[in-house]
Design a protein around this ligand. Structure first.
Ligand SMILES: Cc1ncc(COP(=O)(O)O)c(C=O)c1O
Length: 432
């Protein structure tokens, strides 16, 4: 344990029961019930690949819903943010302000060629909203997304997040059509029916959809079809971008150049919420000519810009994209080994790319059990909002060999526990 880690672990405790009770009374009983089911662990501190709970117990964070590629509280990002807080945390918005210029240039520098214009926002869903509004400003009102896709839950973005349980209570939503992910023919048919009117939004790998990697050639075909039918092509890299897949962008692997690229999660450096829509000059034209067409008070605040710039620089300087690819291969091998005995009727698939990895279980109950056993063994992972049978790992690219050992131990222990839950493997499917 480093000195910083030791200090964090020794922070004065928090009353877990009181936190749970306050959640119950002021945050929501559903949220409190969920917390109670997962042992009511209260997180109070974080650094690097680890978080600490109120009792001082350390957990390896392979969750965080894809935010922590740089781990928690990366020193360079934290320093940049603290410096900015002391100097000029929020802007008047009337005057020019240099941190936004620097962050926009830093992001444009690493996005695919031709994506030069950056509109900063505060969350992933707002980045999606930005793309929807750009599309509508261009007269493209028919939203097309893929089943299982996840693009946020604000009412605009929700039209694209193709899951009835999230959409139904809020209908009517914006007009949208959902096509099967990976099926270029289905997309071609929809676009042919709406020439010049569509905006297509897809992820390079579906994250919340359960780590679905599309067939090779699918994404270039989506791009080609958008060009052929005059549709706007929006690539949602909120979860996959900035190195998560072992390349700067999912777009890189297939040399894509979308009209709009959505960025979020990792852009925060795990320190300050920030997201962005990065567009070509042509796609951005409506905002280029009218800066008040789409605005938000806190968007592009200097404190967030400091985090975004520092994050992009750290990823480039420390070679975290290559490191994500290398760690991804090693962790994938570890999953294959430790879960080998459960493959078949308990673990039905292991898949992913880079540091976005999914373990698909035979049913939702088993997925819940695996998450709990990993937590008991000291590892935090994600569930998948649109695929409850898939446990998702989004580990940081700053993991050390010691952290990998920790993960190996926890996976081994969790696999052993899971085997106990399934006395006869053949019965696993019956428990669905
Ligand atoms: C691909 C993708 N798009 C959009 C979002 C929405 O981002 P946020 O939760 O920051 O609104 C998410 C969140 O998980 C995501 O994974």
């Amino acid at each position: 344990m480093t000195t910083a880690e030791a200090q964090l672990a020794q922070e004065p405790g928090v009353d877990t029961a009181a936190v749970l009770n306050t959640y119950r009374r002021h945050v929501g009983r559903g949220r409190a019930r969920l917390a109670a089911m997962t042992g009511a662990v209260v997180e109070v501190a974080s650094f690097g690949a680890h978080v600490w709970d109120a009792t001082g117990r350390q957990y390896l964070d392979c969750g965080g819903y894809g935010v922590f590629l740089l781990g928690h509280a990366h020193p360079d990002v934290t320093d940049a943010v603290i410096h900015q807080i002391r100097r000029h945390p929020m802007a008047t918005r009337l005057l020019l302000e240099p941190t936004m210029a620097t962050a926009a240039a830093a992001l444009a520098e690493v996005t695919p060629d031709g994506l030069d214009y950056v509109h900063f926002v505060n969350s992933g869903a707002e980045a999606t909203e930005t793309a929807i509004k750009l599309a509508r400003a261009h007269g493209k009102r028919v939203l097309v997304s893929a089943s299982g896709g996840y693009h946020g839950k604000t009412t605009g973005a929700l039209a694209l997040t193709a899951k009835p349980v999230f959409q139904d209570p809020f209908r009517p939503l914006l007009e949208s059509i959902h096509v099967p992910y990976g099926d270029a023919d289905a997309l071609a048919a929809v676009l042919a029916d709406h020439p010049g009117q569509a905006c297509v939004v897809v992820e390079p790998v579906q994250g919340e959809g359960g780590v679905i990697v599309p067939p090779a050639g699918y994404l270039p075909m989506v791009q080609q079809l958008c060009h052929a039918h005059g549709a706007m092509f929006v690539l949602d890299e909120i979860q996959t971008g900035l190195g998560r897949l072992g390349s700067w962008w999912g777009a890189d692997a297939e040399r894509l150049r979308p009209d709009v690229l959505l960025v979020g999660k990792n852009l925060s450096g795990g320190v300050i919420p920030v997201a962005a829509a990065v567009a070509t000059a042509q796609a951005y034209a409506p905002f280029d000519s009218d800066p008040f067409l789409h605005t938000s008070t806190f968007a592009g605040a200097p404190v967030a810009m400091a985090a975004a710039t520092a994050t992009v620089r750290v990823i480039a300087r420390d070679g975290l994209v290559a490191r994500a690819a290398e760690l991804g291969t090693r962790i994938r091998g570890m999953l294959d080994d430790t879960l080998a005995e459960l493959r078949g009727e308990v673990v039905t698939d292991i898949r992913g790319r880079g540091l976005l990895l999914g373990i698909e279980l035979a049913n939702e109950a088993l997925a819940g059990q695996l998450m709990l056993h990993l937590l008991e063994a000291g590892v935090v992972v994600n569930h998948s909002l649109n695929a409850h049978r898939v446990v998702r790992l989004t580990p940081p690219a700053v993991m050390t060999d010691r952290d990998l050992d920790e993960l190996h131990h926890a996976l081994t222990a969790a696999a052993r526990q899971l085997t106990r839950h399934v006395p006869a493997h053949g019965k696993a499917a019956d428990r669905a």
